[in-house]
Design a protein around this ligand. Structure first.
Ligand SMILES: Nc1nc2c(c(=O)[nH]1)N[C@H]1C(S)=C(S)[C@@H](COP(=O)(O)O)O[C@H]1N2
Ligand SMILES: [Mo]
Length: 235
């Protein structure tokens, strides 16, 4: 882990969440965000290496620590209406094997679950259990080319995000279709949303329809990032 990560972790521990939002609100201009992003991008990571070598998991919470009421719905545009019969998760870009999954196909893959803290920059957090498939499994099936460094996530409400490939392939980065042991509610991103203990809430796209693996970021990095928020947004 790099210096910026360590500082943020310590900062979180020492000063709590309200200060995190102040920090986020205060760290200003896109130019600064770009520098921070570059410093914290694990660009030296090869996709193949990340698929085969495990990364360190974040400690999880226990069942009795789940805070069912704390996860508020945070939707900035609208809740899309998705026809499950027609829904497909597409994986494309710099891959040898582009894929398209129905939800039945997704749910046939091994189900995994984790209890983690969701942290929103607006100053709230919630301990949640997410169930779904490991994003790494899906990416591996698509056979990414060696030059892949980032993933774009497209959502049905027009939201979009980009992540560094190391975070995408982290063992606790899931495409979730369950929340606290129940089917994922539509407001929280059904049929499929990102969930990961290593990224801030705004990186965790709901209603994901497409994952594009790429070797470069475009000038459009994410819905909030393009309005000045930090790109890496690690926890
Ligand atoms: N497609 C989409 N994904 C999204 C958002 C959104 O508005 N649209 N909001 C983000 C923000 S800021 C947060 S904190 C979480 C909130 O997830 P929740 O509504 O399940 O609590 O979703 C993230 N993912
Ligand atoms: Mo958020």
């Amino acid at each position: 882990m790099n210096l910026i990560h360590i500082q943020r972790r310590q900062f979180l521990k020492i000063s709590g969440l309200s200060t995190l939002s102040l920090l986020m609100g205060g760290c200003g201009t896109p130019a600064f965000e770009d520098i921070v992003g570059q410093l914290s991008q694990p660009l030296n990571h090869q996709v193949g290496e990340l698929i085969f070598n495990p990364q360190k998991p974040v400690p999880e919470f226990s069942l009795n620590e789940i805070q069912p009421e704390a996860l508020i719905v945070n939707t900035f545009r609208y809740t899309p209406i998705i026809d499950l019969e027609k829904y497909r998760l597409v994986v494309d870009g710099e891959v040898n094997n582009p894929l398209s999954f129905s939800m039945a196909e997704i749910q046939a893959l091994p189900l995994t679950s984790m209890i983690i803290r969701h942290v929103c920059v607006e100053g709230w957090a919630a301990i949640v259990q997410w169930g779904g498939i490991s994003l790494k499994e899906i990416i591996a099936l698509a056979e990414p080319k060696a030059n892949v460094q980032f993933a774009y996530f497209k959502s049905a409400d027009g939201y979009y995000e980009s992540w560094d490939i190391a975070s995408v392939l982290h063992p606790q980065t899931l495409l979730a279709y369950q929340k606290n042991g129940e089917p994922l509610p539509v407001d929280h991103g059904a049929p499929l949303r990102l969930a990961s203990p290593i990224k801030l809430g705004y990186k965790q796209s709901k209603w994901v329809t497409k994952i594009s693996l790429v070797s470069n970021l475009s000038p459009f990095k994410g819905y909030w990032e393009d309005q000045g928020y930090e790109w890496f947004a690690g926890l």
